[in-house]
Structure formats: C-alpha cells, structure tokens
Write a protein that binds this ligand. Structure first.
Ligand code: FPP
Length: 248
C-alpha cells in the first residue's frame, strides 16, 4: 500500500489508540550505532506521532514508554532512557499545554528519580484542565501488577467490611485500574514485527483491534500512523456479537 498522509475522517477514528513502541535497538544496530541512538530517534518518533494525533483530533493516545521489566536492562541503557524522559518532560510539556493536550502517566510512581516524577506531576497539573488529546505515558507500567494491586486493595477493603464483594463486576473492577476514566483502547499498535502484548493494558485490550507493523519505532512516521488508522477504519468490530447482516 502506498503511504498516504491523509487521516480518516474524525468519525472513523478510534477513540483510543495505544502503542507499543518497539524496535529502537534494532534500528540502531542496522546502522551500526549504539542502542542509545535508537532511543534518541525513538523520541523524535514520539513527537511526530503525538503531533499527528493532536492535528487529527484523536481523543486518547497511550504510549508504552517504559515497562516495569525495563528496569532489568543494563544500567547505562536505563540511565540513558531516564535522561531522555527527563529531557522530554522538560522540553515538551509547554508545547503539549499550548496544544490543549492533557498528559498523565500510568504506572508505579515510587521508583523513578524524584526530579523526573516532579516534572511529570508538574506536567499533569499544568495540563489537567485541557480538553484536547488525552496523552498517557505508561511509565514503569506492568498490567499484571496493575490488576493485582487493584485486587489486593479491594480484598483489603472487603476484609475491613468496607466493600461488598458482590459489587465487583468487570465494570466496577475497571474503575479500580490506573486507566480509570480513559476508555479502553480500540486499537493497539505494535511496531517492529513482534506480536506480543508484553504486559501492556491486558485488561483494557479485551476487545481491542491489533495492528502489528514491521516498521521499527524510530521509522514509524506520521504517514504510516495515518495508514494504520485508515486500515482500522475499514475493520468491522463486533464485540462478541454477529454482524447485523448475518442475523437471519
Ligand atoms: C523498545 O525498543 C523501546 C523502549 C524500551 C522504550 C521506548 C522509549 C522511547 C520510544 C524513547 C523515549 C520515549 C519518550 C516518551 C520520551 P527496544 O530497545 O526494545 O528495541 P529492540 O527490541 O530493537 O532492542
């Protein structure tokens, strides 16, 4: 398919796109560069996709920026990534605020460096009244821990007699997750040819459509983003039911 830079009409856009940004390391290796160069190029792709999302009026975009498992990478790589997050939040929050973006993070807030957390929380505060794109970074995020933490908290409340276990329906459970208030993703994109969820939004992706693209994250462009959105617009979502024309 030839690349198109035309996004679908607003009515045909998914309400929520979630992206697993994968392939920075391979992008660098192909160019005989250090992995760090791949992450730097990855930040440029983040900027391009966020700008594109704002331009087309997307409601929700969630980016898997750093998984809870990513702490296990070699220390120099983790530290370089943290430097990139620091620079991103220092340099980009003003643009996000001006473009009516509401940014936030989901994940464990207890392990990142204090200055990074302070910048994130400042960004969340500065953009909290904005009504445009809801931009969520999954940062030190792991879905199994998110679900376990919600269950643990509800179990504690039930043990104290503060929660009636009978009210714990899937709808209620969802209100106890970090994504409370954000609609479930309609479309999950993963770059780099891998076909895994890697502990990302496990609960929330129950009915999501998936788009696995071979492009390595630093090469994922605005045009390819629009192409994936165009392909999504042609899909038929049934949520476990049958298509109306199939009903006798
Ligand atoms: C996967 O590539 C990507 C990550 C672990 C981190 C994603 C980070 C960025 C895109 C840059 C920083 C982001 C922000 C929001 C400022 P990989 O290293 O696993 O690639 P590989 O599988 O090819 O080794």
């Amino acid at each position: 398919m030839a690349p198109t830079s035309v996004p679908p009409a607003k009515e045909a856009l998914p309400r929520h796109v979630a992206i697993i940004m994968d392939g920075n390391g391979r992008w660098a290796r192909k160019r005989h560069l250090p992995r760090a160069a791949g992450h730097v190029a990855g930040v440029a792709a983040v900027r391009a996709v966020v700008r594109a999302a704002v331009d087309i009026g997307l409601e929700n975009l969630t980016l898997y920026a750093f998984s809870s498992e990513n702490w296990k990478r070699p220390h120099p790589e983790v530290s370089h990534l943290m430097g990139l997050f620091r620079a991103y939040f220092r340099e980009d929050v003003t643009e996000l605020a001006e473009r009516n973006v509401h940014m936030r993070i989901i994940g464990n807030r207890s392990r990142a460096a204090d200055d990074i957390l302070a910048m994130i929380e400042d960004g969340e505060r500065r953009t909290s009244v904005n009504t445009g794109l809801n931009l969520t970074f999954a940062f030190d995020y792991g879905a199994q821990e998110e679900i376990a933490a919600a269950a643990r908290e509800m179990a504690r409340e039930a043990a104290r007699g503060e929660l009636d276990p009978e009210i714990v329906t899937p709808q209620y459970f969802a209100t106890r997750l970090l994504t409370h208030g954000i609609p479930d993703p309609d479309l999950v994109i993963r770059t780099s040819g891998e076909r895994r969820l890697s502990n990302f939004l496990l609960w929330q992706s129950a009915y999501a459509e998936f788009a696995f693209v071979d492009t390595l994250w630093p090469d994922f462009s605005r045009a390819e983003f629009f192409e994936v959105l165009q392909a999504y617009a042609l899909r038929e979502r049934r949520f476990g039911t049958v298509a109306p024309e199939a009903v006798a």
